[in-house]
Design a protein around this ligand. Sequence first.
Ligand SMILES: [Zn+2]
Length: 164
Amino acid sequence: MRCPFCKEDKDKVVDSRSSEGGRIVRRRRLCLACQRRFTTYERAEDSIKLTVVKKDGSRVPYDRQRIIAGVQKACYKRPISLKQIEDLAEEVEEEIFRRQGQEVSSRFIGEETITRLRKLDKVAYVRYASVYKEFADPDQFVSEAQELKQHPQDPDGQQKLFRE
Ligand SMILES: [Zn+2]
């Protein structure tokens, strides 16, 4: 790989990691001529075209941004950073690519998302569940919602829970 600084074509890979559910490989390279480091990204030419099957049977192209947008909405005014939300989406995506074929149900995505959101923030979890109604275990949702009502993590969040 040609060095972007000195244009020499002598380097070695010092670190390599995959992201976006293994679809992108990021390589950290060290130029042996000028000793500077640069990064390259490698993506399969024919990246998997993943389709999401919605509850009504309609199909839309998979878009990670949708997961992020849904979680962001649930995390509104919660102490959750964008980085945490992006990490969550990445984990969900890895799960999708590990388990599913060319198609994935919106329900599967919803369940994988909510399982992780529950660990991250209870208020966001209950909001998400009440909007998407795609939780794995409705009984658990009800008991957690009640628990939240009785022992709110912060009084402000509890009042706003179902209003937004
Ligand atoms: Zn160089």
